[in-house]
Design a protein around this ligand. Structure first.
Ligand SMILES: Nc1ncnc2c1ncn2[C@@H]1O[C@H](COP(=O)(O)OP(=O)(O)OP(=O)(O)O)[C@@H](O)[C@H]1O
Length: 333
């Protein structure tokens, strides 16, 4: 067997972008230039950056809705730069802000689009549609025969996610999927989507303007600067603890140390003594350090008892939390 060429990605790389560039017709500058990055299998990567820096163009080159002017794209070990785009798109789910549900088709028909293209029989499509509606938290009996206009914005977005998952693609591209949704629903959809991702472990590339959304969702975040310059590509904790330059620092904004508390879990904090008998608040290992701190401040105590994960109980102090938060320097989640 011959050695793979130097650019053949290793098996844990699901998407490789290699010197990718796009110049739109009639433009004097590249929208994206010389962009290279590896995205690992099962990784949730968020592209974030100011308007016009090339996030959407990059995303749309991955499924070839935009044809690259230069560079190569690899998906799952295959150079897909020149493969038939229709065949490529069946392996890539795509969710956009405007949802793109087809108005004269029911929810079930919208979700079943790709399976129909793949030639599945009716019974298998029906089962898959119901399974997916369940997965995104919509009761099939209630929603499968509705039309898109009979749904709220958040429900439409869930249908959009179900549709993108229908052919079980290994890769999902999501372009500001929660952008047009009110902040409370958005927060809930983000939480639901994180839980869903724990189960389905897709490789996800997600575009947003919102650094807080990026910090909450991403395993790694790519912070784009002018002309698609990759200012930093790192975990949320690394970005908050060690911003690569002043551009990243100002993009992340103030309060990095406090925001880091929202990324750490109580489970990440070592040690702990025997639980005290009174005065302490109760939290679980799954609480964020931020939430645990908030509980302590609300009840005016400097102790908490951690329990509820089968490991027995332990007690931590305010000082334990603060020391752990100060030490956290960018370990992956
Ligand atoms: N079809 C097009 N023809 C010409 N120029 C385009 C086209 N689409 C995008 N551009 C330009 O390419 C650059 C990158 O656009 P792109 O939409 O990729 O940025 P973005 O980071 O996703 O921005 P936003 O956050 O506002 O969506 C911009 O300067 C934009 O004006």
């Amino acid at each position: 067997m011959t050695d793979p060429t130097p650019s053949t990605p290793p098996p844990d790389v699901m998407i490789r972008l290699e010197g990718l560039a796009k110049r739109y017709p009639g433009q004097s500058a590249d929208a994206v230039s010389a962009l290279s990055m590896d995205i690992r299998r099962g990784e949730f990567v968020v592209f974030v950056g100011p308007s016009g820096c090339g996030k959407t163009t990059t995303l749309r080159m991955i499924n070839r809705l935009v044809e690259p002017s230069a560079g190569r794209i690899w998906i799952d070990g295959e150079d897909v730069t020149d493969v038939d785009p229709d065949r490529l798109r069946r392996r890539i789910g795509y969710v956009i802000q405007q949802i793109g549900l087809i108005p004269h088709m029911t929810v079930a028909q919208n979700v079943g689009l790709v399976p129909r293209l793949l030639g599945w029989d009716k019974a298998r499509i029906r089962d898959r549609v119901d399974e997916l509606l369940d997965l995104v938290g919509l009761d099939p009996a209630v929603f499968r025969d509705r039309y898109p206009k009979q749904l709220s914005g958040g429900q439409q977005q869930r249908v959009g996610v179900a549709r993108a998952l229908a052919g079980d693609p290994p890769v999902m591209l999501m372009d500001e999927p929660f952008g047009a949704i009110d902040p409370i629903t958005r927060d809930r959809l983000q939480d639901e989507f994180l839980k869903l991702q724990e189960r389905i472990r897709k490789t996800i590339v997600f575009v947003t303007h919102d650094i807080d959304e990026a910090l909450k969702l991403g395993d790694r975040i790519a912070i784009f600067g002018e002309g698609s310059r990759l200012a930093q590509f790192a975990t949320p904790l690394e970005i908050l603890s060690a911003p690569a330059d002043d551009y990243v620092r100002s993009f992340v904004g103030s309060g990095a140390a406090i925001r880091r508390l929202g990324l750490l879990r109580v489970a990440d904090i070592p040690g702990g003594g025997t639980p005290p008998s009174d005065g302490a608040v109760r939290v679980t290992e799954d609480h964020t350090v931020y939430a645990a701190l908030e509980k302590m401040l609300e009840s005016g105590t400097d102790r908490m008892v951690v329990g509820g994960n089968g490991r027995g109980e332990r007690s931590l102090t305010l000082r334990d939390l603060l020391l752990a938060a100060a030490r956290a320097k960018g370990e992956p989640r």
